[in-house]
Design a binder for this molecule. Structure first.
Ligand code: PEP
Ligand code: MN
Length: 472
Protein backbone atom coordinates (compact mmCIF):
# COMPACT_ATOMS: atom_id res chain seq x y z
CA UNK A 1 0.00 0.00 0.00
CA UNK A 2 1.44 3.34 -1.00
CA UNK A 3 0.65 4.80 2.36
CA UNK A 4 -1.60 4.22 5.27
CA UNK A 5 -4.18 6.92 5.08
CA UNK A 6 -6.45 7.21 7.97
CA UNK A 7 -7.05 10.66 9.25
CA UNK A 8 -7.32 12.07 5.76
CA UNK A 9 -10.49 10.08 5.23
CA UNK A 10 -12.10 12.27 7.86
CA UNK A 11 -13.36 14.85 5.52
CA UNK A 12 -15.89 16.40 7.85
CA UNK A 13 -15.51 19.36 10.15
CA UNK A 14 -13.60 17.08 12.50
CA UNK A 15 -10.52 17.21 10.36
CA UNK A 16 -10.49 20.97 10.42
CA UNK A 17 -10.21 23.16 13.44
CA UNK A 18 -13.65 23.78 14.85
CA UNK A 19 -15.25 27.02 13.79
CA UNK A 20 -18.52 28.23 15.19
CA UNK A 21 -20.84 28.52 12.21
CA UNK A 22 -23.93 29.88 13.88
CA UNK A 23 -24.83 32.70 16.22
CA UNK A 24 -25.32 34.94 13.27
CA UNK A 25 -28.20 36.62 11.62
CA UNK A 26 -28.42 38.27 8.28
CA UNK A 27 -31.88 39.65 8.63
CA UNK A 28 -30.78 43.21 8.01
CA UNK A 29 -31.05 44.54 4.51
CA UNK A 30 -28.15 46.38 2.97
CA UNK A 31 -30.11 49.22 1.44
CA UNK A 32 -27.88 52.08 2.53
CA UNK A 33 -24.53 50.38 2.88
CA UNK A 34 -21.95 52.61 1.16
CA UNK A 35 -20.56 51.54 -2.18
CA UNK A 36 -22.95 48.67 -2.92
CA UNK A 37 -24.51 50.56 -5.81
CA UNK A 38 -21.25 51.81 -7.34
CA UNK A 39 -21.36 49.01 -9.95
CA UNK A 40 -24.28 50.76 -11.60
CA UNK A 41 -21.82 53.47 -12.72
CA UNK A 42 -19.66 50.94 -14.55
CA UNK A 43 -20.05 49.15 -17.79
CA UNK A 44 -22.30 46.15 -16.95
CA UNK A 45 -21.41 43.35 -19.37
CA UNK A 46 -23.98 40.64 -20.12
CA UNK A 47 -26.82 42.63 -18.53
CA UNK A 48 -30.37 41.52 -19.39
CA UNK A 49 -32.75 43.95 -21.10
CA UNK A 50 -35.67 43.46 -18.72
CA UNK A 51 -38.97 43.94 -20.51
CA UNK A 52 -40.65 46.06 -17.85
CA UNK A 53 -39.20 48.49 -15.30
CA UNK A 54 -42.08 48.18 -12.80
CA UNK A 55 -41.99 44.41 -12.82
CA UNK A 56 -38.23 44.65 -12.28
CA UNK A 57 -38.63 46.97 -9.30
CA UNK A 58 -41.35 44.80 -7.74
CA UNK A 59 -39.27 41.63 -8.18
CA UNK A 60 -36.15 43.19 -6.67
CA UNK A 61 -38.12 44.64 -3.81
CA UNK A 62 -39.53 41.19 -3.06
CA UNK A 63 -36.04 39.66 -3.18
CA UNK A 64 -34.67 42.27 -0.84
CA UNK A 65 -37.06 41.04 1.86
CA UNK A 66 -36.79 37.25 1.53
CA UNK A 67 -34.73 35.22 4.03
CA UNK A 68 -31.05 34.58 3.20
CA UNK A 69 -30.24 31.20 1.67
CA UNK A 70 -26.90 30.99 3.48
CA UNK A 71 -25.58 32.51 6.70
CA UNK A 72 -22.54 34.70 7.21
CA UNK A 73 -21.04 32.24 9.68
CA UNK A 74 -21.17 29.43 7.11
CA UNK A 75 -19.59 31.69 4.52
CA UNK A 76 -16.79 32.47 6.96
CA UNK A 77 -16.25 28.75 7.56
CA UNK A 78 -15.88 28.25 3.82
CA UNK A 79 -13.30 31.06 3.67
CA UNK A 80 -11.31 29.23 6.36
CA UNK A 81 -11.52 25.98 4.40
CA UNK A 82 -10.34 27.72 1.24
CA UNK A 83 -7.50 29.32 3.19
CA UNK A 84 -6.40 25.81 4.10
CA UNK A 85 -6.53 24.82 0.46
CA UNK A 86 -4.51 27.90 -0.56
CA UNK A 87 -1.94 26.87 2.05
CA UNK A 88 -1.66 23.41 0.47
CA UNK A 89 -3.59 21.58 3.18
CA UNK A 90 -6.90 20.87 1.43
CA UNK A 91 -8.25 20.20 -2.05
CA UNK A 92 -11.42 21.73 -3.51
CA UNK A 93 -14.06 20.06 -5.65
CA UNK A 94 -16.65 22.27 -7.34
CA UNK A 95 -19.12 20.46 -9.57
CA UNK A 96 -22.56 20.66 -11.10
CA UNK A 97 -24.59 21.75 -14.09
CA UNK A 98 -23.48 24.39 -16.53
CA UNK A 99 -26.97 25.83 -16.13
CA UNK A 100 -29.46 24.54 -13.60
CA UNK A 101 -33.08 24.49 -14.72
CA UNK A 102 -36.28 24.96 -12.75
CA UNK A 103 -37.70 21.66 -13.97
CA UNK A 104 -34.43 19.92 -13.08
CA UNK A 105 -34.78 20.75 -9.37
CA UNK A 106 -36.24 17.34 -8.54
CA UNK A 107 -35.27 15.13 -5.59
CA UNK A 108 -33.81 12.49 -7.89
CA UNK A 109 -31.68 14.81 -9.95
CA UNK A 110 -30.44 16.82 -6.99
CA UNK A 111 -29.59 13.74 -4.96
CA UNK A 112 -27.76 12.04 -7.79
CA UNK A 113 -25.66 15.13 -8.40
CA UNK A 114 -24.80 15.46 -4.70
CA UNK A 115 -24.06 11.75 -4.63
CA UNK A 116 -21.71 12.01 -7.63
CA UNK A 117 -19.83 14.87 -5.99
CA UNK A 118 -19.54 12.97 -2.69
CA UNK A 119 -18.30 9.86 -4.50
CA UNK A 120 -15.69 11.88 -6.38
CA UNK A 121 -14.68 13.61 -3.15
CA UNK A 122 -14.09 10.29 -1.36
CA UNK A 123 -11.72 9.16 -4.12
CA UNK A 124 -9.97 12.53 -4.28
CA UNK A 125 -9.57 12.61 -0.49
CA UNK A 126 -7.59 9.42 -0.75
CA UNK A 127 -5.61 10.55 -3.79
CA UNK A 128 -4.71 13.95 -2.38
CA UNK A 129 -4.30 12.73 1.23
CA UNK A 130 -6.14 15.85 2.21
CA UNK A 131 -9.60 16.95 3.20
CA UNK A 132 -11.72 17.80 0.18
CA UNK A 133 -13.84 20.96 0.37
CA UNK A 134 -17.07 20.08 -1.44
CA UNK A 135 -19.06 22.66 -3.37
CA UNK A 136 -21.94 22.31 -5.80
CA UNK A 137 -22.43 24.51 -8.84
CA UNK A 138 -25.90 24.20 -7.42
CA UNK A 139 -28.78 26.06 -5.78
CA UNK A 140 -28.34 29.23 -7.83
CA UNK A 141 -26.39 28.43 -11.02
CA UNK A 142 -29.07 29.84 -13.30
CA UNK A 143 -27.56 32.79 -15.20
CA UNK A 144 -25.50 32.33 -18.36
CA UNK A 145 -23.21 34.74 -20.19
CA UNK A 146 -23.54 34.51 -23.99
CA UNK A 147 -21.11 35.45 -26.71
CA UNK A 148 -23.96 36.68 -28.89
CA UNK A 149 -27.05 38.64 -27.80
CA UNK A 150 -29.20 37.12 -30.52
CA UNK A 151 -29.77 33.64 -31.91
CA UNK A 152 -30.94 32.95 -35.45
CA UNK A 153 -32.76 29.81 -36.56
CA UNK A 154 -33.82 29.75 -40.17
CA UNK A 155 -35.21 33.21 -40.84
CA UNK A 156 -36.13 33.94 -37.23
CA UNK A 157 -33.83 35.90 -34.89
CA UNK A 158 -34.60 36.12 -31.16
CA UNK A 159 -32.68 37.00 -27.98
CA UNK A 160 -30.23 34.28 -26.90
CA UNK A 161 -31.08 32.01 -23.99
CA UNK A 162 -29.40 33.49 -20.87
CA UNK A 163 -30.37 30.91 -18.27
CA UNK A 164 -33.80 30.42 -16.73
CA UNK A 165 -33.26 33.25 -14.26
CA UNK A 166 -33.55 35.59 -17.28
CA UNK A 167 -35.54 33.87 -20.04
CA UNK A 168 -36.81 30.52 -21.32
CA UNK A 169 -35.09 28.04 -23.63
CA UNK A 170 -38.05 27.64 -25.99
CA UNK A 171 -37.42 29.49 -29.21
CA UNK A 172 -40.42 31.82 -29.11
CA UNK A 173 -40.66 35.54 -28.61
CA UNK A 174 -42.65 35.11 -25.41
CA UNK A 175 -40.19 32.67 -23.88
CA UNK A 176 -37.05 34.59 -24.86
CA UNK A 177 -38.30 37.82 -23.30
CA UNK A 178 -36.17 38.89 -20.30
CA UNK A 179 -38.63 38.53 -17.45
CA UNK A 180 -37.63 39.84 -13.97
CA UNK A 181 -40.17 37.55 -12.24
CA UNK A 182 -37.84 34.70 -13.15
CA UNK A 183 -35.38 35.99 -10.51
CA UNK A 184 -37.99 35.36 -7.84
CA UNK A 185 -38.61 31.86 -9.18
CA UNK A 186 -34.85 31.24 -9.25
CA UNK A 187 -34.59 32.24 -5.60
CA UNK A 188 -37.36 29.81 -4.57
CA UNK A 189 -35.89 27.02 -6.69
CA UNK A 190 -32.48 27.63 -5.12
CA UNK A 191 -34.07 27.59 -1.66
CA UNK A 192 -35.71 24.21 -2.19
CA UNK A 193 -32.55 22.80 -3.79
CA UNK A 194 -30.39 23.96 -0.90
CA UNK A 195 -32.92 22.62 1.59
CA UNK A 196 -32.62 19.17 0.06
CA UNK A 197 -28.81 19.39 -0.10
CA UNK A 198 -28.72 20.32 3.58
CA UNK A 199 -30.97 17.36 4.41
CA UNK A 200 -28.86 14.94 2.37
CA UNK A 201 -25.54 16.05 3.73
CA UNK A 202 -26.54 16.12 7.36
CA UNK A 203 -29.06 13.29 7.47
CA UNK A 204 -26.81 10.24 7.12
CA UNK A 205 -26.96 10.06 3.31
CA UNK A 206 -23.36 11.27 3.15
CA UNK A 207 -21.93 8.72 5.61
CA UNK A 208 -18.49 7.82 4.28
CA UNK A 209 -19.30 4.10 4.45
CA UNK A 210 -22.37 4.65 2.29
CA UNK A 211 -20.42 6.72 -0.20
CA UNK A 212 -17.73 4.06 -0.23
CA UNK A 213 -20.29 1.36 -0.96
CA UNK A 214 -21.58 3.37 -3.94
CA UNK A 215 -18.01 3.54 -5.23
CA UNK A 216 -17.78 -0.24 -4.90
CA UNK A 217 -20.87 -0.44 -7.11
CA UNK A 218 -19.13 1.70 -9.72
CA UNK A 219 -16.01 -0.47 -9.52
CA UNK A 220 -18.02 -3.67 -10.05
CA UNK A 221 -18.09 -2.76 -13.76
CA UNK A 222 -15.10 -4.56 -15.37
CA UNK A 223 -14.60 -1.52 -17.62
CA UNK A 224 -12.90 0.16 -14.67
CA UNK A 225 -10.50 -2.69 -13.85
CA UNK A 226 -7.54 -0.36 -14.28
CA UNK A 227 -8.55 1.33 -11.02
CA UNK A 228 -8.77 -1.96 -9.07
CA UNK A 229 -5.58 -1.37 -7.14
CA UNK A 230 -6.52 2.15 -6.10
CA UNK A 231 -10.05 1.06 -5.18
CA UNK A 232 -8.66 -1.79 -3.08
CA UNK A 233 -6.38 0.63 -1.22
CA UNK A 234 -9.31 2.90 -0.43
CA UNK A 235 -11.30 -0.11 0.73
CA UNK A 236 -8.48 -1.17 3.05
CA UNK A 237 -8.22 2.36 4.45
CA UNK A 238 -11.95 2.47 5.21
CA UNK A 239 -11.83 -0.99 6.84
CA UNK A 240 -8.80 0.05 8.87
CA UNK A 241 -10.65 3.14 10.09
CA UNK A 242 -13.58 1.01 11.10
CA UNK A 243 -11.36 -1.50 12.89
CA UNK A 244 -9.50 1.29 14.64
CA UNK A 245 -12.77 2.61 16.00
CA UNK A 246 -13.16 5.73 13.86
CA UNK A 247 -16.18 7.72 14.86
CA UNK A 248 -18.39 7.10 11.86
CA UNK A 249 -21.23 8.94 13.51
CA UNK A 250 -19.20 12.11 13.11
CA UNK A 251 -18.77 11.27 9.43
CA UNK A 252 -22.50 11.25 8.85
CA UNK A 253 -22.46 15.00 8.48
CA UNK A 254 -20.54 16.48 5.62
CA UNK A 255 -19.91 20.13 4.88
CA UNK A 256 -21.28 20.97 1.45
CA UNK A 257 -21.21 24.51 0.11
CA UNK A 258 -23.10 26.19 -2.73
CA UNK A 259 -21.51 28.16 -5.56
CA UNK A 260 -22.58 29.95 -8.73
CA UNK A 261 -21.47 32.61 -11.19
CA UNK A 262 -22.44 36.05 -9.87
CA UNK A 263 -23.50 37.25 -13.29
CA UNK A 264 -26.81 38.91 -12.52
CA UNK A 265 -25.87 41.84 -10.33
CA UNK A 266 -29.51 42.94 -9.82
CA UNK A 267 -30.19 39.57 -8.21
CA UNK A 268 -27.01 39.47 -6.11
CA UNK A 269 -27.53 43.05 -4.94
CA UNK A 270 -31.08 42.31 -3.81
CA UNK A 271 -29.88 39.26 -1.86
CA UNK A 272 -27.02 41.07 -0.15
CA UNK A 273 -27.50 41.41 3.62
CA UNK A 274 -25.47 42.87 6.48
CA UNK A 275 -24.04 40.46 9.02
CA UNK A 276 -25.35 41.41 12.46
CA UNK A 277 -21.98 40.55 14.08
CA UNK A 278 -19.84 42.82 11.99
CA UNK A 279 -22.19 44.98 9.95
CA UNK A 280 -20.43 43.81 6.76
CA UNK A 281 -22.23 42.87 3.52
CA UNK A 282 -22.56 39.25 2.37
CA UNK A 283 -24.15 37.86 -0.77
CA UNK A 284 -26.64 35.43 0.75
CA UNK A 285 -27.69 33.65 -2.45
CA UNK A 286 -24.68 31.32 -2.14
CA UNK A 287 -21.61 30.58 -0.04
CA UNK A 288 -19.17 31.09 -2.91
CA UNK A 289 -19.62 33.20 -6.03
CA UNK A 290 -17.37 33.59 -9.02
CA UNK A 291 -16.80 36.05 -11.84
CA UNK A 292 -16.85 34.52 -15.32
CA UNK A 293 -14.32 34.84 -18.11
CA UNK A 294 -16.52 37.35 -19.95
CA UNK A 295 -17.08 39.69 -16.99
CA UNK A 296 -13.66 39.81 -15.31
CA UNK A 297 -12.67 43.30 -16.56
CA UNK A 298 -10.89 44.94 -13.64
CA UNK A 299 -12.77 48.20 -14.27
CA UNK A 300 -16.07 46.41 -14.85
CA UNK A 301 -19.22 46.24 -12.76
CA UNK A 302 -18.84 42.61 -11.65
CA UNK A 303 -15.36 43.05 -10.24
CA UNK A 304 -16.47 46.23 -8.49
CA UNK A 305 -19.49 44.60 -6.84
CA UNK A 306 -17.67 41.50 -5.68
CA UNK A 307 -14.82 43.61 -4.32
CA UNK A 308 -17.31 44.97 -1.79
CA UNK A 309 -18.79 41.78 -0.37
CA UNK A 310 -17.32 39.41 2.21
CA UNK A 311 -17.90 36.01 0.55
CA UNK A 312 -14.94 34.05 -0.76
CA UNK A 313 -14.90 34.70 -4.49
CA UNK A 314 -13.49 33.13 -7.62
CA UNK A 315 -12.41 34.55 -10.97
CA UNK A 316 -12.17 32.48 -14.14
CA UNK A 317 -8.92 33.06 -16.01
CA UNK A 318 -8.94 32.17 -19.70
CA UNK A 319 -6.05 31.87 -22.15
CA UNK A 320 -5.73 35.59 -22.87
CA UNK A 321 -5.09 36.50 -19.21
CA UNK A 322 -1.91 38.50 -18.55
CA UNK A 323 0.11 38.68 -15.33
CA UNK A 324 -0.83 42.37 -15.07
CA UNK A 325 -4.52 41.52 -15.28
CA UNK A 326 -4.17 38.82 -12.63
CA UNK A 327 -2.30 41.21 -10.33
CA UNK A 328 -4.85 43.99 -10.90
CA UNK A 329 -7.63 41.55 -9.96
CA UNK A 330 -5.78 40.62 -6.79
CA UNK A 331 -5.30 44.30 -5.90
CA UNK A 332 -8.95 45.07 -6.38
CA UNK A 333 -10.56 41.89 -5.00
CA UNK A 334 -8.12 40.94 -2.26
CA UNK A 335 -6.12 44.05 -1.32
CA UNK A 336 -5.44 42.68 2.17
CA UNK A 337 -4.24 39.30 0.84
CA UNK A 338 -6.70 37.54 3.11
CA UNK A 339 -6.23 33.75 3.03
CA UNK A 340 -9.17 32.02 1.34
CA UNK A 341 -10.68 35.22 -0.04
CA UNK A 342 -9.67 34.77 -3.69
CA UNK A 343 -9.65 31.70 -5.92
CA UNK A 344 -8.31 31.78 -9.46
CA UNK A 345 -10.07 29.23 -11.65
CA UNK A 346 -7.79 28.63 -14.65
CA UNK A 347 -9.65 27.51 -17.82
CA UNK A 348 -7.01 27.62 -20.48
CA UNK A 349 -7.60 24.60 -22.73
CA UNK A 350 -5.57 21.40 -22.88
CA UNK A 351 -3.54 22.67 -25.84
CA UNK A 352 -2.37 25.88 -24.26
CA UNK A 353 -2.31 25.49 -20.48
CA UNK A 354 1.35 24.47 -20.43
CA UNK A 355 2.25 27.65 -22.36
CA UNK A 356 -0.12 30.17 -20.83
CA UNK A 357 -0.34 29.32 -17.17
CA UNK A 358 3.33 29.22 -16.00
CA UNK A 359 3.97 32.95 -16.48
CA UNK A 360 0.75 33.90 -14.69
CA UNK A 361 1.32 31.55 -11.77
CA UNK A 362 4.96 32.60 -11.46
CA UNK A 363 4.16 36.30 -11.80
CA UNK A 364 1.51 36.15 -9.08
CA UNK A 365 3.82 34.23 -6.80
CA UNK A 366 6.77 36.54 -7.44
CA UNK A 367 4.67 39.44 -6.23
CA UNK A 368 3.93 37.72 -2.96
CA UNK A 369 0.25 36.89 -3.54
CA UNK A 370 -1.15 33.50 -2.60
CA UNK A 371 -4.58 33.02 -4.13
CA UNK A 372 -6.03 29.54 -4.26
CA UNK A 373 -5.53 28.03 -7.73
CA UNK A 374 -7.96 25.49 -9.11
CA UNK A 375 -8.48 24.12 -12.62
CA UNK A 376 -11.62 24.26 -14.75
CA UNK A 377 -10.69 21.79 -17.49
CA UNK A 378 -14.10 22.10 -19.18
CA UNK A 379 -14.48 25.57 -20.70
CA UNK A 380 -11.26 25.66 -22.72
CA UNK A 381 -12.01 22.30 -24.34
CA UNK A 382 -15.39 22.74 -26.00
CA UNK A 383 -15.63 21.47 -29.58
CA UNK A 384 -18.43 20.93 -32.08
CA UNK A 385 -19.04 17.29 -32.99
CA UNK A 386 -19.54 16.23 -36.60
CA UNK A 387 -23.28 15.94 -35.94
CA UNK A 388 -23.43 19.51 -34.67
CA UNK A 389 -23.55 19.01 -30.89
CA UNK A 390 -21.35 21.06 -28.56
CA UNK A 391 -19.17 18.54 -26.75
CA UNK A 392 -15.89 17.90 -24.89
CA UNK A 393 -13.56 14.90 -24.82
CA UNK A 394 -12.79 13.29 -21.47
CA UNK A 395 -9.18 12.86 -22.63
CA UNK A 396 -8.80 16.61 -23.29
CA UNK A 397 -10.32 17.36 -19.90
CA UNK A 398 -7.86 15.01 -18.21
CA UNK A 399 -4.99 16.41 -20.26
CA UNK A 400 -5.75 19.91 -19.00
CA UNK A 401 -5.90 18.64 -15.39
CA UNK A 402 -2.48 17.01 -15.85
CA UNK A 403 -1.13 20.20 -17.42
CA UNK A 404 -2.42 22.16 -14.44
CA UNK A 405 -0.68 19.82 -11.99
CA UNK A 406 2.57 20.01 -13.98
CA UNK A 407 2.57 23.79 -14.11
CA UNK A 408 1.67 24.07 -10.42
CA UNK A 409 4.48 21.73 -9.49
CA UNK A 410 7.00 23.56 -11.67
CA UNK A 411 6.10 26.90 -10.09
CA UNK A 412 5.89 25.63 -6.51
CA UNK A 413 2.15 26.36 -6.30
CA UNK A 414 -0.41 24.07 -4.65
CA UNK A 415 -2.76 22.61 -7.29
CA UNK A 416 -5.77 23.35 -5.13
CA UNK A 417 -8.73 21.73 -6.80
CA UNK A 418 -11.10 20.97 -9.65
CA UNK A 419 -14.08 22.82 -11.13
CA UNK A 420 -16.19 20.46 -13.25
CA UNK A 421 -19.47 20.56 -15.17
CA UNK A 422 -21.17 17.28 -14.31
CA UNK A 423 -24.46 15.58 -13.65
CA UNK A 424 -25.41 12.49 -11.71
CA UNK A 425 -27.49 11.21 -14.61
CA UNK A 426 -26.62 8.92 -17.47
CA UNK A 427 -26.51 11.59 -20.15
CA UNK A 428 -24.41 11.57 -23.33
CA UNK A 429 -22.90 15.02 -23.73
CA UNK A 430 -19.12 14.57 -23.41
CA UNK A 431 -17.15 12.05 -25.49
CA UNK A 432 -15.01 9.18 -24.22
CA UNK A 433 -14.54 7.26 -21.01
CA UNK A 434 -14.02 3.55 -20.36
CA UNK A 435 -17.74 3.03 -20.90
CA UNK A 436 -17.39 5.12 -24.01
CA UNK A 437 -19.88 7.74 -25.06
CA UNK A 438 -19.78 8.45 -28.79
CA UNK A 439 -21.58 10.93 -30.98
CA UNK A 440 -24.31 8.49 -31.94
CA UNK A 441 -25.66 8.65 -28.37
CA UNK A 442 -26.23 12.43 -28.49
CA UNK A 443 -29.60 12.29 -30.26
CA UNK A 444 -31.02 10.19 -27.41
CA UNK A 445 -29.27 11.37 -24.27
CA UNK A 446 -28.06 14.95 -24.75
CA UNK A 447 -29.99 17.04 -22.20
CA UNK A 448 -27.98 20.11 -21.26
CA UNK A 449 -29.35 23.49 -22.29
CA UNK A 450 -25.92 25.09 -22.49
CA UNK A 451 -22.55 23.32 -22.01
CA UNK A 452 -21.90 19.55 -22.13
CA UNK A 453 -21.44 17.83 -18.74
CA UNK A 454 -19.62 14.70 -17.68
CA UNK A 455 -22.15 12.02 -16.83
CA UNK A 456 -22.07 10.10 -13.54
CA UNK A 457 -19.63 7.45 -14.73
CA UNK A 458 -17.33 9.85 -16.57
CA UNK A 459 -17.21 12.02 -13.44
CA UNK A 460 -16.13 9.12 -11.26
CA UNK A 461 -13.62 7.97 -13.81
CA UNK A 462 -12.16 11.48 -13.84
CA UNK A 463 -11.92 11.38 -10.03
CA UNK A 464 -10.00 8.07 -10.17
CA UNK A 465 -7.67 9.43 -12.87
CA UNK A 466 -7.02 12.59 -10.88
CA UNK A 467 -6.51 10.59 -7.68
CA UNK A 468 -3.92 8.45 -9.47
CA UNK A 469 -2.12 11.52 -10.70
CA UNK A 470 -2.19 13.14 -7.25
CA UNK A 471 -1.01 10.01 -5.45
CA UNK A 472 1.98 9.57 -7.72
C1 PEP B 1 -19.38 28.53 -16.92
O1 PEP B 1 -18.75 28.27 -15.89
O2 PEP B 1 -20.41 27.92 -17.27
C2 PEP B 1 -18.82 29.56 -17.83
C3 PEP B 1 -19.60 30.25 -18.66
O3 PEP B 1 -17.49 29.66 -17.73
P1 PEP B 1 -16.47 30.77 -18.29
O4 PEP B 1 -16.86 32.05 -17.64
O5 PEP B 1 -15.15 30.26 -17.79
O6 PEP B 1 -16.57 30.77 -19.77
MN1 MN C 1 -20.51 26.24 -18.77
Amino acid sequence: MRRMLVCMMFDTAENFQAIEPFGTNLSQGAADYPGLDEWRNFDVQQAPQWYDETVLEDSLSELSHVPPLVFAGEVDVLRERLAQAAAGKAFVLQGGDCAETFAGATANKISSRVRTILQMAAVLTYGASMPVVKMGRMAGQFAKPRSSNMETRGDITLPSFRGEIVNGFDFTEESRRHDPRRMVQAYHTAASTLNLIRAFTTGGFADLRTVHSWNKGFMSNPAYARFDELAAEIDRAVRFMEAAGADFDALKTVEFFSAHEALLLDYERALTRLDSRTGLPYITSSHFVWIGERTRQVDGAHVDYLSRIRNPIGVKLGPTTTVDQAMALIEKLDPNREPGRLTFIARMGADTIRENLPAIMEGVKAQGAQPLWITDPMHGNTITAANGYKTRRLEDIMSEVRGFFEVAQATGTHPGGLHIELTGDDVAECLGGSVAVDESAFDERYETLVDPRLNHQQSLELAFLVAESLAR
